[in-house]
Design a protein around this ligand. Structure first.
Ligand code: FMN
Length: 178
């Protein structure tokens, strides 16, 4: 898909076709896109856990609660992003600068995941609402869970929404020499 089209087609999907599983090769395509994402000191301090099949039924309630993410019940696949240790140079840089590179790296990987999903004709939604402890226990993860991505085919008829964003003028400055 052409890049501009991809940027507009990627949207948070909250209506999935539960009867249409995500093909293994499409899931691998998304994971590979995350693998290729940049990270501080090339550290990639995260782990991706792709949940399909029966496991999905156990994950779904753990990303819902207090009225959030009710749609998770129809999601056919989740990719859980948890922390992994920095490599030694990223650890040193993070210590010296006091910056949380891991959050940045995870955000970039998540962006790659969602764009790759859209490129494959899949819907996705990043979920920041989840029960961290239960999810970690369920999946036997060592690192803290930082983000979950819902993945699947959008239910037929789910409309493409217009993007609501601050204007470029509000969001960015072009600082040019004249
Ligand atoms: C870190 C993060 C956490 C999010 N958590 C949720 C969530 O728990 N539930 C949800 O429905 N959407 C969630 N979203 C999706 C945002 O609401 C969505 O990206 C934003 O409104 C822009 O809409 P769009 O993705 O359709 O362009 C999250 C997005 C990000 C980046």
């Amino acid at each position: 898909m052409e890049f501009q089209e991809l940027l507009h087609r990627r949207q948070s999907c909250r209506a999935y076709d539960l009867n249409r599983p995500v093909e293994r090769e499409k899931l691998l395509y998304c994971l590979e896109a995350a693998r290729l994402s940049p990270s501080a000191c090339n550290s990639q301090p995260y782990h991706l856990t792709a949940c399909t099949g029966e496991l999905v039924r156990q994950v779904a309630p753990l990303v819902q609660g207090e009225g959030h993410n009710g749609f998770a019940i129809q999601v056919p696949c989740f990719v859980v992003i948890s922390e992994a240790p920095y490599n030694s140079s990223a650890a040193m840089h993070a210590r010296l600068t006091g910056r949380d590179y891991r959050s940045m790296d995870i955000g970039i990987a998540a962006a790659h995941l969602t764009l790759a999903a859209a490129d494959q004709g899949l819907g996705s939604c990043l979920l920041g609402w989840f029960d961290e402890e239960k999810l970690r226990t369920l999946l036997g993860l060592e690192g803290e869970v930082r983000l979950v991505m819902a993945l699947g085919y959008a239910r037929p008829g789910d409309p493409l929404r217009k993007k609501v964003r601050p204007s470029l003028r509000q969001l960015a400055d072009l600082m040019e020499d004249d």
